[in-house]
Design a protein around this ligand. Structure first.
Ligand SMILES: Cc1cc2nc3c(=O)[nH]c(=O)nc-3n(C[C@H](O)[C@H](O)[C@H](O)COP(=O)(O)OP(=O)(O)OC[C@H]3O[C@@H](n4cnc5c(N)ncnc54)[C@H](O)[C@@H]3O)c2cc1C
Length: 410
């Protein structure tokens, strides 16, 4: 085998975190190698929702091919609906379009993109660089190793330890055709009887439906049945606005049942399933898990940076990439961990502490039922919900924002 090529930084994984870090570093004159073994055209399992907070931070993201959304319908577990007009749009992307847009920018900035799956062959020791290698034996060396290889990161397991199942969410869903009617709303529906929510995110040429819930509570058969109920409800409402979202909560009619069966049959013939995990760190893990040193860093999902209440991870993937690039370019790569804690760590840690109550009961009913019932009547709660969807309502202030409307138990 010949000499392996040497870089300043090796980045494993070209999802949003890896590509964004590669772009920022390469623009700063750093020699970067960016690896990804995902076959071209295969999407990462994801709803593809990017909050307005992210679009405000990086307006160029709007250049990627996607759909912008200005209104969201939110359903309570009991099936009550509230429509939220957003102050600023959020965007929904196909992950093939979004990831290739970010990867192309990294290439234009000068990063070397290597379409290979790699693993760590040698750790950096005594000033010697890291080596990553393909199964075929091709290798590359670099002084700093960045793991941006997603929720199942093998590098994070090696450098920071494995996360238990209790700190993983599961999300799965289907890509389905857009309804024939013009009306294809973006929907978030809190689940009746389960932690988590279902979504309908219309994209340019299809809809992504899905459910995100905790791995501990995961029962595939029941949740898959619930997701089908949600999908069928979504299409039925397009034709009959009075149809229920959750058919199990309505009395049902034989006409309605046969209509649902027709929708289901058509959908079963056309959908495409996907599933993956999202990290959802426990409070203690936020305090203790290492995400970097002077010679390595974990970004995005590999670091566990996703919102434990919503499963939103794209913003944190991009922000952690930006914080790492800033720390590295300042000659202080080891400060990355501290920068993450100061920037968004406290918020996500608070989200983790609140998760149980968010999906728990309040005044004898699910909190999410109460929240949506109150939101229908109370503009203050509607504003807080709008800001949650936008990514502008932090968890550190959430309790105060809801308590102002007497909704959150103090
Ligand atoms: C079903 C589902 C729905 C979701 N919906 C949303 C949503 O609507 N909005 C939102 O903000 N977040 C959502 N998330 C979370 C979001 O997908 C992640 O937080 C985000 O993709 C994290 O980005 P990342 O760059 O850290 O990792 P990833 O996007 O996972 O990218 C990691 C990359 O590393 C590559 N890789 C892995 N191992 C190797 C290796 N050994 N060698 C080379 N390459 C490797 C993979 O091919 C992949 O391309 C969802 C997640 C799931 C599962």
């Amino acid at each position: 085998m010949g000499e392996s090529e040497e870089f300043d930084v090796l980045i494993v994984g070209a999802g949003p975190a890896g590509s964004f870090a590669a772009e920022r570093l390469a623009r700063g004159g750093v020699r970067v190698a960016l690896f990804d073994g995902r076959p071209a055209g295969e999407p990462k399992a994801c709803g593809g929702g990017v909050t307005s907070k992210a679009l405000k931070a990086w307006p160029h993201l709007l250049e990627a091919m996607g759909r912008t959304v200005e209104e969201v319908e939110m359903y309570s577990p009991a099936g009550t609906r509230v429509r939220l007009k957003l102050d600023a749009p959020f965007a929904i992307y196909s992950r093939v379009a979004f990831d290739s847009y970010l990867r192309d920018r990294a290439i234009q900035a000068g990063a070397h993109v290597i379409p290979e799956r790699v693993s760590v062959a040698a750790e950096s020791k005594h000033g010697e660089p890291w080596t990553v290698r393909t199964r075929g034996g091709e290798s590359w060396r670099g002084h700093v190793l960045v793991a941006a290889d997603g929720a199942n990161s093998a590098i994070a397991r090696r450098l920071a330890g494995a996360l238990p199942n209790a700190e993983m969410e599961v999300a799965f869903g289907y890509r389905a055709p857009l309804p024939k009617s013009e009306d294809a709303p973006t929907v978030i529906a809190f689940l009746p009887g389960w932690v988590g929510y279902a979504w309908a995110f219309p994209r340019l040429d299809h809809i992504s439906f899905g459910i995100a819930t905790s791995q501990d509570a995961f029962d595939h058969t029941s949740l898959d049945a619930l997701l089908w109920e949600f999908m069928i409800g979504y299409y039925r409402i397009r034709e009959d606005p009075r149809a229920p979202l959750w058919s199990s909560q309505s009395k049902g009619s034989s006409e309605g049942d046969s209509h649902a069966a027709v929708i289901e049959k058509k959908l079963r013939a056309s959908v495409d399933r996907y599933a993956a995990r999202i990290p959802g760190l426990a409070v203690e893990t936020w305090n203790t898990r290492r995400v970097g040193s002077d010679t390595w860093a974990l970004l995005g999902d590999a670091a566990g940076f996703a919102d434990p209440v919503t499963g939103e991870g794209i913003y944190y993937a991009l922000r952690s990439a930006e914080l790492f690039a800033e720390a590295y370019l300042a000659g202080r790569a080891a400060d990355y961990e501290q920068r993450c804690r100061a920037d968004f760590g406290r918020e996500l840690r608070r989200a983790s502490a609140m998760r149980g109550r968010f999906y728990g009961d309040f005044l004898g009913a699910p909190f999410t039922d109460r929240m949506i019932d109150f939101a229908r009547l109370h503009p203050g709660i509607r504003r807080t919900l709008r800001e949650l969807v936008a990514g502008d309502q932090g968890y550190v202030n959430l309790k105060r924002a809801l308590a102002r409307s007497a909704l959150w138990p103090l």
